[in-house]
Design a protein around this ligand. Structure first.
Ligand code: WQD
Length: 337
């Protein structure tokens, strides 16, 4: 039996595919390549030394999904496929609701018909909204402040209701904090199209001279140095968390929301300093106005993941920055994806 990884050519999906294959799992990779490069598939094969079926299918395309479940023996689904840019979601909300919510409903209907009732879902800490109740626990109040976050919260509710309607279903709703870094090889990493929205890929492009300087969005927050504090976790730690969640849905029924974070927050300026130390490159920056929608502080209480999944983040901020820098340098030289 195989694990279907939707969005498997994406940043977190590709790192998860490598860990799954190296752990001996069989996978089927689905991606519509709207925000991923086809050569990532070759990198996954190169790094794992294993082959797997690939389907260039959109989760909105029911016939395409039905073909996969007819041809492949799918035991469970790790569901990454979806649109994920907060700012973009404000501009094109219908695309976000259609892709992220209708697409997931489509996927679950095809899964149910095929008798496949185990899912690990890519949710997000963004469901905690602008709560100040840090560290965030899974039972902290939820509130979303943008369409992207609302799609994640809606899908969580849909999967809870699905599990309540049919005791054969099991769902792990993984709430990611801030994934950064890259595979140790430098062959896989975060490679957003255009100018990055997120901090680390933006810093990386400044470090290689593609962008002039970092704009630090506000230094007047109620934090130790005034800049935003986030819970950054290494993408490989996050990928390994999915393997633990897969084992959990294999042995448990029902729906569980679980934070995947380190439990430690770092400010923007601390990240800049860590990246400068890892790369040996000075990162020029200026203090810019706050970004609308940003909160001051966000970090996880990761105790439930340790208790239920036996998972905790292992890699340091220094390692995250060193691996991100290694990927960026290899990308510059044309060696990676
Ligand atoms: C981190 C910090 C910024 C860029 C987002 C999504 C969230 C999740 C992770 C999907 C903040 C500051 C950033 C820059 C800056 N994605 N910053 N200059 O906003 O915490 O979370 O990505 O699930 O849903 O909201 O991440 O990397 O954008 O920002 O000063 O050029 O860096 O203000 O304090 P964020 P981020």
């Amino acid at each position: 039996m195989a694990i279907l990884v939707t969005g498997g050519a994406g940043y977190i999906g590709s790192h998860t595919c490598v860990e799954l294959l190296q752990a001996g799992e069989d996978i089927v990779l689905l991606d519509n390549f709207s925000n991923a490069k086809p050569q990532v598939v070759n990198r996954i094969k190169e790094l794992s030394g294993r082959d797997f079926p690939l389907y260039a299918v959109d989760i909105l395309h029911r016939e395409g999904l039905e073909k996969i479940f007819a041809r492949e023996d799918i035991e469970a689904v790790i569901h990454f496929a979806g649109l994920k840019a907060v700012g973009e979601s404000v501009k094109i909300p219908l695309d976000y609701y259609q892709n992220n919510v209708s697409g997931t409903i489509n996927l679950c209907q095809v899964m149910a018909r095929a008798g496949c009732k185990k899912i690990v879902f890519s949710s997000s800490a963004t469901v905690y909204g602008n709560s100040t109740d840090v560290p965030f626990r899974e039972d902290s109040p939820l509130s979303t402040t943008n369409p992207y976050g609302s799609t994640k919260r809606m899908v969580e509710d849909i999967l809870r209701d699905l599990c309540a309607s049919d005791p054969e279903w099991s769902a792990c709703l993984l709430r990611y904090f801030n994934p950064i870094g890259a595979h140790k090889s430098g062959l896989l990493g975060e490679d957003p199209n255009g100018i990055p929205n997120n901090l680390l890929p933006y810093i990386a492009k400044v470090a290689v001279g593609q962008l002039e300087r970092l704009n630090v969005f506000g230094n007047d927050y109620d934090t130790p140095d005034g800049t935003g504090v986030r819970d950054y976790l290494h993408v490989v730690d996050l990928a390994i968390g999915h393997l633990k969640a897969l084992d959990y849905v294999r042995t448990h029924k029902g729906a569980e929301a679980i934070n995947l974070g380190t439990g430690r927050g770092y400010s923007v300026l601390e990240v800049v300093k860590a990246f400068e130390k890892a790369s040996g490159v000075t990162i020029p920056y200026r203090i810019a106005p706050r970004r609308p929608g940003d909160i001051a502080t966000c970090y996880a209480d990761p105790s439930k993941a340790k208790k239920l999944l036996g998972w905790e983040a292992a890699r340091s901020l220094e390692e995250m920055c060193a691996d991100a820098w290694n990927f960026t340098r290899r990308q510059q030289s044309g060696e990676s994806q």
